[in-house]
Each structure stands twice: as structure tokens, then as C-alpha cells.
Design a protein around this ligand. Structure first.
Ligand SMILES: Cc1ncc(COP(=O)(O)O)c(C=O)c1O
Length: 433
């Protein structure tokens, strides 16, 4: 029995099945966009630990920052003894997040925790209970996170009752709602929101609207700058705060440091996590000073919130974004993937839509181009084909029929080519069935 099989068997016995695995890879080590498994096999990483490894696995700059911090202290709890790296990172995030206004940042540990805190802050500031969110959204697995999340199975089934006062409206999903006409989809959504203000919830009871600039788990569904501007105008009329969830889109994933910068999104709070600390657990809520300062002293934080090891990793990672051509590399990789998927779409009508921003690329697979019915089983088969050939890749979409790419931004062209060749072989195999 291989070491991978042995460990998978032990995993079955020791760990609940709900803690799911998306690939059979049992990792031993990783570098850049390459993973070595416990049997010594090499994998190409198009998953990046689900959007966490934008700077690549074990980048030297990150490793040396962590090592230096390890020689000093591992933990003090920021509520007990403050430290410079937390302060420096807050200052940095206040500076680099889009928006020319006074900001403050608080740090926590996971994406869901950042979402929880942003909602707490919005409720405290507005003194309102309700939250507006979107279909196809994913905001985490905690009580508030899953309540805001759209996909019922596996994220919500059996876990109710959910947090109250959450209202959901459609996201302008141009491909599924229309013939790919973004403007029309925008108007459908804005109309649904106006309607929700009449038949679901009084807009003056809504503390905040939360959205992802490009929906991640939802299948890289994107809207345009015009939509976000009109949404802001509409919600601001009622004093509803805007929370921009950049947990998956942030730190270069869209070829820009933040998607909100690319799409000119005006927000009150921005939540980030994933690639913020290049592999260490860290998340942030950055927002307008008067809003962030509203909750009472002691109301926000946590024992591990803003771990010093994660803070130095985040500072080193931001330094890479500011002082190397990482974003440019990501954009080039994204262009290559998009061109290749366009070529494959000509050959395989299974590919219904190619979308996303920059290197955040996904393809939606459909049974036929007219009905656009989700090709769920074929997507599973394609993913299984790829992982069998040791390409780590995952799916997305509320129906699970989207293949998404979250490769490190500095993935070498050769590896991107190899990965695409595997996807092409997989499409050919499915096409031939
Ligand atoms: C947009 C978005 N928000 C929130 C989360 C939750 O983050 P975490 O899994 O770190 O709690 C995720 C995770 O995939 C995400 O993509």
C-alpha cells in the first residue's frame, strides 16, 4: 500500500467525513506551484490551498520573515502585550486598500471570523439588525458565515437554525440570467433589491450589504463597475453600509492588489484573509475610522487574533506585491489561461462560459449551450481526471459545475501549459464518452 493510501485510510478512521477533501493528494512538501506528495510524486498546483498561496509555496521572503519572528516570540495576545508587526500591518492595510479616506484595521484569524466582525461592527454603528447578501455567495462556515452563504448543501444542510435577519437577493449572474448581457443582469438585480425593500425588509432596518466583487465559491461570477456604483447609490440612500468581501479576490488574485480597486468599488469595510499572510492564518477588517471605532472597548478581538508570525508573513507578502512584478506575472498567466480556454471552448461545447478577472479564471461547464444546464457529473469527471494526472484543481459554483483556477501568481508558463494540456486531455476523454 502506498504511503498516501495508508494516510488516507488513517484519515477515514480518525477524522469526520464532513471535513471533506477535494483532491487525493497527501502533501509532503511544496515550493512555488509544485507539490511533492508523500510517495515522492510531483503535482502541479492550480489550487494554491484555495487561493491562499498567491505568492507561491514557501517563498524565501516569507520564510525568512517567519524564521526571524520565531527567534523573538510566538504569541503574547494583542490584548495583553501589543507588538509592532500588528500595528505596522494595520497601517499598511489602511494605506494599500482602495479608498482615499481615514481607515482603521483589526486583525483576526480566519475569513469567516473577519466576516463575523464586520457584521458586528456594522450593527453596532448603525444600530440596525438586518444584513443583505447575495445568491451564490460564500462567506464562511461559522453561524453568521454560513447564514450569509447561499449554497445549501454542503454548507447549511442540518446546521440550522441560521442567524436571523438575513435577506438574500440575486447576484447579476449575466451568463445564467441573460444571454451574457451584464447590463441587463445588473438591472434585474437592482430591481430585485428594490422589491426586497418592499416585500422582505425595511431598508432602514438593514445594517449592511455584503458581497464578493467576484464570487469565489459561487463560480467566479463577476459584476461590473457600473453595477457596484448603482448598488452603492441605492443602498446609501437608506444608510446601509457596504462590506466588500475580498477574502478570495484580494492580494493579487484578480491581477490587481484588490478587486475593489479594479472595479472602483466604494465601500465602508473591506474584509481580507487567504493570501494576506501567504499561508498563515490571518484575516483583517479594514474600514472607515468612525465606523471601526464605534464598538465599545473589549468588544472585538480574540486570543490568537493577529498572530505575530502571521503579521510578519503578511508584511513580507505585501512587500512582494509592492516591490516585485508579481501582479504583472499574474496578469500574464491569466491572459494565457483565458486564451487557452477560449481555444478549448471552440473544440468542446461543454465549456459554456469563461470568466473571472485577471488570473482568477474559471470555466462553467454545461450540458448544452442553449439550456446551459449544469454539467455536474462531467465537471466531477474532469476534476477527477486532472487529479489522477496530478494536477491539483478544484470546482466551484452553486451547482458544482465550474472549474476554477487559483494557481500561484508566479506559476511558470511551462507549468501552466502542462496543466492546460491535462485539462484538454480530460475534456477530450469526456467528449469521447
Ligand atoms: C469570499 C470568501 N469569504 C469568506 C470565506 C471564509 O474564509 P475562511 O474559510 O478562512 O473562514 C471564504 C473562503 O473560501 C471566501 O472565499
Amino acid at each position: 500500500m502506498s504511503r498516501s493510501s495508508e494516510l488516507r485510510e488513517r484519515r477515514e478512521k480518525a477524522i469526520p467525513r464532513a471535513v471533506a477533501q477535494t483532491t487525493p493528494c497527501v502533501i509532503q512538501s511544496a515550493k512555488g506551484a509544485t507539490i511533492i506528495d508523500v510517495d515522492g510524486n510531483e503535482w502541479i498546483d492550480f489550487t494554491g490551498g484555495i487561493g491562499v498561496m498567491n505568492v507561491g509555496h514557501r517563498h524565501e521572503a516569507i520564510m525568512s520573515a517567519i524564521q526571524e519572528q520565531m527567534g523573538q516570540f510566538l504569541h503574547s495576545c494583542f490584548h495583553v502585550s501589543i507588538y509592532e508587526s500588528y500595528i505596522q500591518l494595520a497601517e499598511k492595510l489602511n494605506q494599500i486598500t482602495p479608498g482615499d479616506f481615514e481607515k482603521k484595521t483589526m486583525l483576526v484569524t480566519t475569513g469567516a471570523e473577519a466576516v463575523e466582525n464586520a457584521i458586528k461592527i456594522a450593527r453596532s454603528y448603525t444600530k440596525r439588525p438586518a444584513v443583505l447578501c447575495f445568491e451564490n455567495a460564500f462567506h464562511g462556515r461559522t453561524l453568521m458565515g454560513m447564514s450569509l452563504t447561499s449554497k445549501v448543501t454542503p454548507y447549511k444542510t442540518g446546521f440550522g437554525p441560521y442567524a436571523p435577519e438575513i435577506y438574500r437577493v440575486p447576484f447579476p449572474y449575466a451568463y445564467q440570467m441573460t444571454d451574457g448581457d451584464q447590463k441587463e443582469a445588473n438591472q434585474i438585480t437592482l430591481k430585485a433589491i428594490r422589491k426586497a425593500f418592499v416585500n422582505q425588509v425595511n431598508p432602514e432596518d438593514i445594517a449592511a450589504i455584503i458581497f464578493e466583487p467576484v464570487q469565489g465559491e459561487g463560480g467566479f461570477v463577476q459584476a461590473d463597475a457600473e453595477f457596484f456604483q448603482e448598488l452603492r447609490e441605492l443602498t446609501q440612500q437608506y444608510g446601509i453600509l457596504t462590506i466588500c468581501d475580498e477574502i478570495q479576490t484580494g492580494f493579487g488574485r484578480t491581477g490587481s492588489l484588490f478587486a475593489s480597486g479594479l472595479l472602483d468599488i466604494d465601500y465602508d469595510m473591506l474584509v481580507s484573509a487567504k493570501s494576506l499572510a501567504a499561508g498563515l492564518p490571518l484575516s483583517a477588517v479594514t474600514g472607515r475610522t468612525e465606523i471601526m471605532d464605534h464598538p465599545q472597548v473589549g468588544g472585538l478581538g480574540g486570543t490568537y487574533a493577529g498572530s505575530p508570525i502571521a503579521c510578519v508573513a503578511a508584511l513580507a507578502s505585501i512587500d512582494l506585491f509592492e516591490n516585485t512584478d508579481l501582479l504583472e506575472q499574474g496578469r500574464k498567466g491569466g491572459e494565457f489561461l483565458r486564451q487557452e480556454f477560449a481555444r478549448l471552448a471552440e473544440k468542446y461545447p461543454l465549456i459554456g462560459d469563461i470568466r473571472g478577472l485577471g488570473p482568477m479564471v474559471a470555466v462553467e461547464l454545461v450540458e448544452d449551450l442553449d439550456s446551459k444546464a449544469p454539467a455536474v457529473e462531467k465537471t466531477k469527471a474532469l476534476q477527477a481526471y486532472c487529479t489522477d494526472k496530478r494536477l491539483s484543481i478544484i470546482t466551484a459554483g452553486t451547482s458544482g459545475n465550474v472549474l476554477r483556477i487559483l494557481a500561484p501568481l508566479n506559476t511558470e508558463l511551462e507549468l501552466l501549459k502542462k496543466g492546460i494540456a491535462i485539462i484538454e486531455e480530460g475534456l477530450e476523454a469526456i467528449h469521447a464518452l
